[in-house]
Write a new protein. Structure first.
Length: 335
């Protein structure tokens, strides 16, 4: 599927920001299941310094600095992406076998996926997560089957409520209240997997705003989305990451579906926040984020023909900061 993604982020500051340094993750990933055909990032005002690099997780990261006073900041990321969804092959590898792969054994080969089996800032270790996961992970159950069952239980047990949590709500609190948004569900599922010694990573991205006729509209499609990947080693063609979206109860190899666009992967939200940085000034700011995902006619790529027109939506947030130098990390709208 060919998808056009427009992600617009705007900050309005009072008083003005004197200087600022920002880092952003707004460039979609590239691999065998997702090809990036075009990408641009427009920044207003024009940065005095700008650079790009690939981070430790393989994500495209951009840094820019503003050294003149400004009362607003506008980021407009535009991407054209081809996505592929592959059928899931059967798997009989027991979850305990995969867990044992990450246990330390002197002289054994280190599996780099093990870094995703540890606690991280938004995904703590706690017995509550392991207790919730246990019914899905009976002895000898294949990891593929257990992970899908856990995803389905979270989808059934938790209520999607955009007013129930905020960006810094602890995963354990969301677990207890059985409410949250996609970021909470992803963190809870990761905490369950890692609590059993398995490797899971956080995925940020987008889903198609209005799907083709006959397909169900997905929750969280008017903003940035989040889901989970679980690691399955020892496939004939190499290790695989199985993507699971507990918000919408969908899964697949490398992506839950062709109508998903993967933006970045990390241990949790803290690693892949689309925009973060340090500002001097701007004691108060309003944040507005709008995401539009549009299906495109692949054979008319040169002409940029649209197959459908999606409504751009956004959310404004009012946030106050102490006067002076402020560090921030924000998604804007993540649902």
């Amino acid at each position: 599927m060919r998808l056009q993604v427009l992600h617009e982020t705007r900050y309005d500051y009072v008083p003005v920001v004197e200087t600022a340094q920002h880092m952003c993750y707004l460039q979609p990933l590239v691999d065998a299941r997702q090809q990036l055909l075009q990408h641009s990032l427009e920044i207003t005002p024009t940065p005095t310094q700008r650079s790009s690099m690939t981070d430790v997780f393989g994500n495209g990261r951009q840094f820019f600095a503003l050294q003149t006073p400004h009362s607003s900041l506008l980021l407009r990321a535009s991407s054209l992406v081809d996505t592929v969804c592959e059928a899931m092959p059967p798997s009989s590898v027991a979850w305990e076998q995969v867990r044992d792969r990450f246990r330390y054994v002197a002289g054994a080969v280190f599996d780099t996926a093990g870094e995703y089996s540890f606690a991280s800032p938004y995904v703590p270790r706690h017995a509550d997560f392991a207790a919730y996961a246990r019914p899905s992970f009976a002895p000898g159950v294949p990891l593929l089957q257990a992970a899908k069952d856990l995803m389905q239980r979270i989808h059934a047990d938790f209520e999607y409520d955009s007013d129930s949590t905020h960006i810094n709500t602890p995963a354990r609190e969301a677990l207890a209240q059985r409410k949250g948004v996609c970021q909470d569900f992803a963190h809870i599922m990761l905490a369950c997997l890692r609590g059993l010694g398995l490797a899971g990573r956080y995925v940020s991205g987008y889903v198609l705003t209005h799907p083709p006729e006959g397909m169900e509209r997905l929750v969280g499609s008017d903003a940035s989305h989040a889901w989970v990947s679980v690691y399955l080693p020892d496939w004939p063609d190499g290790a695989q990451w199985l993507d699971l979206d507990p918000t919408n109860n969908r899964c697949g190899w490398g992506t839950p579906g062709a109508d998903y666009v993967r933006l970045a992967v990390g241990r949790d939200y803290a690693d892949v926040s689309p925009v973060r940085g340090v500002i001097h000034g701007g004691a108060h700011h309003n944040l507005h984020v709008a995401v539009t995902v549009t299906p495109m006619a692949a054979d008319l790529f040169g002409a940029g023909a649209e197959m459908g027109r999606e409504a751009t939506t956004g959310q404004t947030q009012n946030q106050g900061q102490a006067q002076g130098q402020t560090w921030y990390q924000t998604q804007g709208t993540i649902e």
